[in-house]
Design a protein around this ligand. Structure first.
Ligand code: NAP
Length: 246
C-alpha cells in the first residue's frame, strides 16, 4: 500500500515543492492550506496526481487545534494511514522589537509554533503512535538558530520548533517514529519576495555559496529525512542555507 504524506501550508512555496517531491517519491498526498482560495489559482493538486498517486486538499488553520483535529481525522479516513507529516505552514510579520505590537508577536507564535504542537500531538502522539511508525519533519529556520533583526516573533517560533523536535524525538523514538527539522536560509519563495532589495543584498553577503536557495533544495533534504535511508536519524536540525554560519 502506498504511504501517505500530510504537508501543511502546501498550496505554494516550499510546501508545494515538498508535496510534489513526495508525490514523485510515490506517497499519496494530503495538501493543506488556510483557505479554499489558496488552491483556486494553481495546479498543485493536479500536479501531484500527475505522478500517479492519490491527492486531496484539506482546508484548516493549523494554528487552531480544532481545525487540525478535523483535518487529521479526514486524512486518516481517506488514506488509512499517515506515514509522513511535514509541518511547513508558516508566516512572517516582521518589525523591530521596540515597535512590535503584542498581537503581531502572538499571531506568529500561534501559526508557526502552536501549529507544530497541534499537529505533532494529533499525528505523532495519535495516529503514528498507534501505527508504531512514522516520520515527521518540521520547518525551522536559520533565524531560529542565529536570530535575525526584525524577527523577534519569527525567530522565537523557529527556535521553539528546534526544541520541540528534540523533545518529540525523545518521546516517540521507542515507537519507531523519527522527528527532525530542517532550517532553511534564504530560499526563493513568495515569503522572501516580500523582503526589500537592501535586506536581500545583506543576506547574500553572508552566504558562502553567494546565491539564494531553490525550493527543490529543501524538498530533497525533506525527502531524504522521510526515507528509509534516514531510519536512524532523529532529533536533528539540518541547516540548508548555502553556508550562512560555520
Ligand atoms: P510561503 O510561500 O508564504 O508559504 C506558506 C504557506 O503556508 C502558504 O501557502 C500559506 O497560506 C500557508 N499558511 C499560512 N498560515 C497558515 C495557517 N494558519 N494554516 C495553514 N496554512 C497556512 O512560505 P515559504 O517560504 O514556502 O515557507 C514555508 C516554510 O519554510 C515556513 O514555515 C517558513 O517559515 C519556512 N522557511 C522559509 C524560508 C524561505 O526563505 N522562504 C526560510 C526559512 C524557513 P496563505 O498564502 O493562504 O497565507
Amino acid at each position: 500500500m502506498a504511504k501517505t504524506a500530510l504537508i501543511t501550508g502546501s498550496s505554494r512555496g516550499i510546501g508545494a515543492a515538498i508535496a510534489l517531491r513526495l508525490a514523485k517519491d510515490g506517497y499519496n498526498i494530503a495538501l493543506n492550506d488556510i483557505s479554499e482560495a489558496s488552491f483556486e489559482n494553481n495546479t498543485i493538486l493536479e500536479d501531484c496526481r500527475a505522478f500517479g498517486v492519490e491527492a486531496e486538499y484539506y482546508i484548516a488553520d493549523v494554528s487552531k487545534y480544532a481545525d487540525c483535529e478535523v483535518m487529521v481525522k479526514a486524512v486518516k479516513a481517506r488514506f488509512g494511514t499517515i506515514d509522513a507529516l511535514v509541518n511547513n505552514a508558516g508566516i512572517t510579520r516582521d518589525g523591530l522589537l521596540a515597535r512590535m505590537p503584542e498581537e503581531q508577536y502572538d499571531l506568529v507564535i500561534a501559526v508557526n509554533q502552536k501549529s507544530v504542537f497541534n499537529m505533532i500531538k494529533l499525528v505523532g502522539g495519535g495516529v503514528m503512535l498507534r501505527q508504531k511508525s512514522g516520520r515527521i519533519v518540521n520547518l525551522a529556520s536559520v533565524a531560529g538558530l542565529y536570530g535575525n533583526p526584525g524577527q523577534i516573533n519569527y525567530s522565537a517560533s523557529k527556535a521553539a520548533i528546534i526544541g520541540m523536535t528534540k523533545t518529540a524525538a525523545k518521546e516517540l523514538g521507542s515507537r519507531g517514529i523519527t522527528v527532525n527539522a530542517v532550517a532553511p536560509g534564504f530560499i526563493h519563495t513568495p515569503m522572501t519576495d516580500k523582503l526589500t532589495e537592501e535586506q536581500k543584498a545583506a543576506m547574500l553577503g553572508q552566504i558562502a555559496m553567494k546565491r539564494y536557495g531553490e525550493v527543490s533544495e529543501i524538498s530533497g533534504v525533506v525527502s531524504f529525512l522521510l526515507s528509509d535511508d534516514a531510519s536512524y536519524v532523529t532529533g536533528q536540525t539540518i541547516e540548508i542555507s548555502g553556508g550562512i554560519m560555520m
